[in-house]
Write a protein that binds this ligand. Structure first.
Ligand SMILES: Cc1cc2nc3c(=O)[nH]c(=O)nc-3n(C[C@H](O)[C@H](O)[C@H](O)COP(=O)(O)OP(=O)(O)OC[C@H]3O[C@@H](n4cnc5c(N)ncnc54)[C@H](O)[C@@H]3O)c2cc1C
Length: 397
């Protein structure tokens, strides 16, 4: 059989794309191939569970547009399918004058991106969050917590109800485009489709190369290590509490996140990962290390980020450094409050000149469309990203 569309990757972006393809073309045949034995085993299942507002992003960028739309779409999807949403809002806390100046820039960004945000004084902050300290803050009411694994599994139900097929345990090892179809090889099977969409997350660049795409972007894995608060301390914050981020970096800084299941996470940091899919501390994969050290873009990036990299590494190795980062805005935290929690690994696209790609990045061949960079907040934005992918795939079908 020749499917109309094949989607590689059973994370939230792949499932949202399959869902959108079937919504745009009811009755078409859509196949999803996922290498793991369950969906959402990688980035989608190892994130902070936050519905981001899109406040940080360059006005006019895909990220800004798709996260604003995505926040609304994600909440609507949850409401429609009875999935939990914790509408808590987020406080961006300025702890010194430099932060306060950056906060003012964010006020302007929020306005440019049409996102509701309100300045909060130090006194009001203390009233709202007695355990949080700062010289001021910005309240972003739309930010919320959800369960992205639950959302992805529900997307599968929607896809299957619409006639789509989801095949787990299918590692794609070959992609061959010919005149009017693409042959996709997994051990033991060759699948055929008229068009291919690849949402491979941490393996995105390798899948692109398999398809013959010569992209300048390479994936560099960045671990995001978390802790969780003990149950009896989970009431110390009522909202999501974030530091003011460094605008030159795509990471948001260690934050306190009340999750939908009642736990509160502290994190994530951002340290270079030596295994794209190795979640335990100290995980090393030889192929992944070789790909990093032979990539000139990595060394150019590293040279520009020596100080930040060293601080992140120190905080990863020594819990006290990590604690100090969180205590800047939540001084009552103690070492005993930081309990173990599984890390996540970000698929960050980096160009040969060492530039980290901040925006979502899609590249195409004649019959396939590759998502080469879908960093945070791509879980928030997955539904409109899926719609954009479906529109592009169908435009050339
Ligand atoms: C620590 C961390 C915190 C984050 N926090 C947030 C947040 O709070 N809010 C937010 O909006 N975003 C957040 N993000 C970002 C978000 O999780 C990702 O942008 C999103 O999950 C990307 O989804 P994806 O489907 O592209 O990738 P993934 O979820 O990684 O899915 C890719 C899939 O492709 C499959 N695959 C790969 N290679 C093959 C192959 N050869 N054959 C078959 N299948 C293959 C993988 O097994 C995987 O299931 C965070 C990310 C991390 C790591």
């Amino acid at each position: 059989m020749i499917y109309d569309h094949c989607v590689i990757g059973g994370g939230i972006v792949g499932m949202a794309s399959a869902m959108a393809l079937l919504r745009r073309r009811p009755g078409s045949s859509v196949l999803v191939l996922e290498k793991e034995t369950d969906l959402a085993r990688h980035q989608t299942g190892h994130n902070s569970g936050v519905v981001h507002s899109g406040i940080y992003y360059q006005p006019g960028s895909l990220k800004a547009e798709l996260s604003r739309k995505g926040a609304v779409a994600t909440k609507e999807f949850c409401a429609e399918h009875g999935l939990p949403v914790k509408e808590l809002g987020k406080l961006l806390v300025a702890t010194d004058e430099r932060d306060a100046r950056r906060l003012e820039d964010l006020v302007e960004r929020a306005a440019a991106n049409k996102i509701e945000a309100r300045r909060v004084s130090a006194a009001e902050l203390h009233e709202m969050e007695p355990e949080v300290a700062g010289v001021g803050a910005l309240l972003v009411p739309i930010t919320a917590s959800v369960d992205y694994v639950g959302i992805t599994r529900t997307m599968r139900d929607v896809v299957e109800r619409a006639g789509g097929q989801v095949e787990l345990g299918q590692t794609v090892t070959g992609i061959q485009e010919s005149g009017d179809q693409v042959a996709i090889t997994t051990p033991g099977t060759t699948w055929r489709a008229r068009r291919l969409v690849v949402c491979g997350g941490l393996q995105a660049d390798r899948l692109a190369r398999l398809a013959g795409l010569t992209s300048a972007a390479r994936i560099v894995p960045f671990r995001g290590e978390y802790f969780q608060l003990p149950r009896e301390r989970s009431g110390i914050v009522q909202r999501l509490i974030y530091p003011v981020p460094d605008p030159s970096l795509p990471f948001l800084g260690v934050h306190l996140t009340p999750m939908v299941d009642g736990r509160v996470t502290v994190g994530p940091n951002a340290v270079l990962g030596l295994a794209r899919e190795g979640y335990r501390k100290g995980s090393v994969n030889r192929r992944d290390v070789r790909d990093i050290v032979t990539f000139p873009g990595f060394w150019r990036l590293a040279r520009g980020q020596v100080r930040t990299g060293a601080v992140e590494m120190r905080n990863s190795l020594f819990k006290r450094g990590y604690l100090a980062a969180a205590r800047r805005y939540c001084p009552s935290l103690q070492l005993s409050d930081l309990l173990p929690y599984e890390a996540g690994i970000r698929a960050q696209a980096v160009l040969a000149d060492g530039t980290m790609v901040h925006d979502f990045l899609l590249e195409e061949t004649a019959r396939s469309l590759h998502v080469l960079n879908a960093p945070s907040p791509a879980a928030t934005s997955a539904i409109p990203i899926g719609e954009m992918i479906a529109d592009r795939a169908l435009a050339t079908a």
